[in-house]
Design a protein around this ligand. Structure first.
Ligand code: SF4
Ligand code: SF4
Length: 193
């Protein structure tokens, strides 16, 4: 980094040292990923079956095998700051086929958890937290759907927290326990003002 000091940011990025050094590796990262995902990420021998199964791979730069390597090598920063981390559809095809019985999907889930703890998270996840907090639903009902339900002979609201809002308090308690809503509000505010 010091080598390119003073260059414009884009050029600095291009000239960045691409080599891997032992000090880039934090073994705690693998431990954290294993602890959260409950899968044997360290057993990956990079066969590539996961990436070959992945529906996101042909249409993007997302490579699940690369994330597995990053887990094994303890490359926390590289993994958590990569926007591709959010392109996994959690289809579990890689987990179905891994010859080492690893669940790469759950490795991605663990990394997303760790990223969120560093405020690295797409805003749509935060908006979902806010929707669940206020209504108990990630996808709440609306007036167009209420009218459609009426035409179908249904109640305007389903027999969920929409019909029984007294249960929303309990949901809020769970989200508050994990400080999810407070963090979501804070990050949305920082991004959108
Ligand atoms: S399929 Fe399993 S062993 Fe093969 S690269 Fe992917 S995670 Fe590693
Ligand atoms: S679970 Fe995610 S990483 Fe695995 S194949 Fe599906 S989209 Fe790809």
């Amino acid at each position: 980094m010091a080598r390119t000091k003073g260059y414009p940011e884009a050029l600095e990025k291009k000239l960045r040292d691409q080599r891997y050094y032992r000090e880039d590796s934090d073994p705690e990262f693998l431990k954290k990923v294993r602890g959260i995902s409950r899968t044997v990420a360290h057993m990956c021998y990079q066969c590539g079956t996961c990436t070959g199964s992945c529906p996101s791979a042909p249409r993007s730069t997302y490579r699940i095998r690369k994330f597995m390597r990053r887990a094994v090598l303890g490359l926390e920063n590289e993994a958590l700051t990569d926007p591709d981390l959010w392109l996994c559809t959690t289809c579990y095809s890689c987990s179905d086929r891994c010859p080492r019985d690893i669940l790469p999907t759950d490795v991605i889930m663990a990394m997303r958890n760790l990223a969120f703890k560093r405020d690295i998270v797409p805003v749509n996840f935060l908006k979902t937290v806010q929707a669940i907090y206020s209504s108990g639903h990630g996808v709440p009902n609306n007036d167009v759907n209420r009218a459609a339900r009426e035409r179908l002979g249904l109640t305007r609201d389903p027999p969920t927290t929409h019909m029984y809002p007294e249960y929303i308090k309990g949901i809020q308690k769970i989200l508050d326990h994990y400080k999810l809503k407070a963090n979501a509000d804070r990050i949305v505010k920082e991004r959108e003002g």
